[in-house]
Design a protein around this ligand. Structure first.
Ligand code: BES
Ligand code: MN
Ligand code: ZN
Length: 483
């Protein structure tokens, strides 16, 4: 799909369809005679409302799509994004190939570009049939007012890169466990670094290297699988030399069966998405490098497959981790925190400015916050505030949960430094408290439990079934704005 910006009025555009983004207070009839007879049920400018009309020669384009944005005072970039995603999906359904969007200013143009690109993702590479349910647009023209041309070109390019990286991240996260296993994820990360040669560095520690390095947590979780665990380390240096890196750490369980504490079969197939945190980290590194963000970044992805077998780790095991701290295994299904213990300790060794980790860590977080909101916990109010601000700007919703001392007490073990499960209550907070034991004193750290928003189980008008790439837009926004 090609994207261009123009400063001519969208009404004069001879695309297959012209798209008008309209507030509730907009007089639709003012757009042209073709809209005169629309009644309020057909279109009232409600947020997300779509109305497709044939223009019968009354406009240059044969079709017009009206897109409701709701009341002007309530509109935010995330709402605009969602409306444009839905509009683009509609255009694809009706077979439009060239569309013109009437965006207005540069900020909106950027959102339109990002959303139009993101609306093109389909997880269809395993569908042998040749007829896709939706066509792809060949050309999107984004119209802005003349004074906005330069700023719009920049915003559109940024939006395009972010949209494409979100799609890349989804495509990676949607791969099933038989296709993406830890070593394969490592190869994809190496291939990414090769593609961005000079901007991104990558090394992958395999099982032997993990053994030499004392990564006992990652090795324990990976021990039940025929696929060996891996630690993926990425570096991007866009900031000043000598400036401490900002670290992003991700959980990549390429399939979580639960291990010896095996999960029930119902919905177990969804556990291919237990790698979404790690995939988000790869997406963040890719987007930062493509956008040449002026920051130094360290990406650490702990990858393992959690399987039951004769070589699995077991309840009661005591595991010595990279940091020297020990873990009493209570439940092999609480494996995310066990692999992250090593990834966080490794990140801390690189003396980062701060760490944010992404993990589909607890079902309890989905019970607490549902499917649209990630749980935010941390040891640093300023870092959490930065994440919350980026969350509002992007619509990738987070909600801070209270990580207090009592939860640290709950994960203490009689026989080891910590135990990996403290029972049913406050499951998300004891998960975070466990992770905190592996974050060095004085390092600002935030944990995002993305078990809810990492994927969509049932297709929505604004999102297909599958991975959402949650965290990529959030972190790119945060790293792009001043602390
Ligand atoms: N990957 C799961 C968490 C999960 C569950 C994410 C459902 C998304 C949907 C994680 O490894 C897990 O199994 N956690 C356990 C922890 C418990 C054993 C302490 C859980 O949430 O039940
Ligand atoms: Mn698990
Ligand atoms: Zn898991």
């Amino acid at each position: 799909m090609r994207i261009q910006t123009k400063t001519t009025p969208a009404t004069t555009e001879t695309s297959d369809a012209v798209v008008f983004l309209l507030h509730a207070e907009h007089k639709v009839s003012a757009l042209g005679a073709v809209f005169r007879d629309l009644n309020a049920e057909e279109f009232a400018g409600k947020l997300g409302q779509l109305c497709l009309v044939h223009t019968q020669g009354k406009l240059a384009a044969p079709r017009a799509l009206l897109v409701g944005l709701g009341p002007r005072k309530d509109l935010t970039p995330p709402k605009l994004r969602r409306a444009v995603v839905m509009a683009t999906r509609r255009l694809r359904e009706v077979g439009v190939s060239r569309a013109a969007f009437d965006a207005g200013d540069a900020e909106r143009a950027g959102v339109v570009a990002e959303a139009a690109v993101a609306a093109h993702y389909d997880f269809d590479e395993f569908k042998p049939s040749k007829a896709p349910p939706r066509t792809k647009l060949a050309l999107v023209t984004i119209h802005v007012s003349p004074g906005e041309a330069r700023a719009a070109a920049t915003a559109v390019e940024r939006g395009r890169v972010i949209g494409e990286t979100v799609n890349w991240t989804k495509a990676l996260a949607n791969q099933p466990g038989n296709v993406i296993y830890p070593a394969e994820l490592g190869r994809r990360a190496l291939a990414l670094a090769r593609e961005l040669r000079g901007r991104l560095r990558c090394r992958v520690l395999d099982k032997r290297a993990l053994e030499r390095g004392g990564f006992g947590g990652l090795l324990a979780v990976g021990s039940g699988s025929a696929r060996e665990p891996q630690l993926i380390v990425l570096e991007y240096r866009g900031g000043r030399a000598g400036q401490k890196p900002f670290a992003v750490v991700g959980k990549a369980i390429t399939f979580d069966s639960g291990g010896i504490c095996i999960k029930p079969g119902d919905k177990m197939e969804e556990m291919k998405w237990d790698k979404c945190g790690g995939c988000a980290v790869l997406g963040i590194m890719k987007a930062a490098a493509l956008l040449r963000l002026p920051v130094n970044l360290l990406g650490v992805v702990a990858a393992a497959e959690n399987m039951p077998s004769a070589t699995s780790y077991r309840p009661g095991d005591i595991v010595t981790t990279r940091s020297g701290k020990t873990i009493e295994v209570i439940n092999t299904d609480a494996e995310g925190r066990v692999i992250l213990s090593d990834a966080l300790a490794f990140a801390c060794e690189q003396k980062p400015e701060a760490i944010v980790d992404f993990a589909t860590l607890t079902g309890a977080c989905v019970v607490a916050l549902g499917h649209n909101i990630g749980g935010l916990m941390g040891n640093d109010a300023a870092l959490c505030k930065r994440i919350e601000r980026a969350s509002e700007a992007t619509g990738e919703r987070v909600w801070e949960l209270p990580l207090e001392d009592e939860f640290r007490d709950m994960v203490k073990s009689d026989v080891a430094t910590v135990k990996n499960s403290a029972g049913r209550y406050a499951g998300t907070l004891t998960g975070a408290a466990f992770l905190q034991a592996f974050v060095a004193e004085g390092v600002p750290w935030a944990h995002l439990d993305i078990a809810g928003p990492a994927w969509v189980s049932d297709a929505k008008p604004h999102h297909e079934k599958g991975a959402t790439a949650f965290g990529v837009r959030l972190m790119i926004e945060m790293l792009s704005s001043k602390a």
